[in-house]
Design a protein around this ligand. Structure first.
Ligand SMILES: Cc1cc2nc3c(=O)[nH]c(=O)nc-3n(C[C@H](O)[C@H](O)[C@H](O)COP(=O)(O)O)c2cc1C
Length: 150
């Protein structure tokens, strides 16, 4: 089963930490939405969108990538990290549904956050994602492959 994950991970590389571990165990194409604006996703069975939470949503670059490049009838999942609250993903879900796709799951965990005033107190969610968070992300992905692969 071919998988591509389109991501944005700039604040502390928190989201990328999850993706790198998933990618060591599976053959996945990782696409950085901050440097790659378009890609042909037609040959992938499973497509992930991943980012930190930016103002309560996935990063805009990831959403714009989906808007421009998500093919019809794909299985789509989300991986996110957040300082306090999991992102709202209704805008991505709308794109998926307009393309007759299937939303198959969202894994989220905390990620070290030093944005704005949090910097003064040394940040929140220090040490996250931790080993448990990373292991859970791998498990989430493996479950998707088990359920929808092959
Ligand atoms: C500009 C900015 C806005 C953020 N907005 C939110 C937010 O609305 N809710 C939240 O829980 N965390 C927020 N965060 C914290 C990040 O989502 C969190 O640190 C995340 O793990 C960063 O992921 P990354 O290192 O992969 O980019 C924000 C961080 C930045 C820099």
């Amino acid at each position: 089963m071919k998988t591509a994950i389109i991501y944005y991970s700039k604040h502390h590389g928190n989201t990328k930490k999850l993706l790198d571990q998933i990618a060591t165990q599976s053959d996945i194409t990782l696409i950085d939405a901050s440097t790659t604006l378009d890609a042909d996703l037609s040959g992938y069975d499973l497509i992930g969108f991943a980012s930190g939470t930016y103002f309560s949503k996935l990063h805009q670059s990831v959403i714009e990538f989906a808007e421009r490049n998500l093919p019809m009838e794909k299985k789509v999942f989300v991986i996110s990290t957040y300082g306090g609250v999991k992102p709202r993903i209704h805008n991505l879900k709308k794109i998926i549904s307009l393309r007759n796709g299937q939303f198959v799951g969202h894994y989220g965990c905390k990620g070290y956050d030093t944005y704005g005033l949090f910097k003064i107190i040394g940040g929140i969610a220090k040490g996250r994602p931790n080993a448990k968070d990373v292991a859970r992300a791998v498990k989430f992905f493996n479950n998707l492959v088990e359920r929808y692969g092959g």
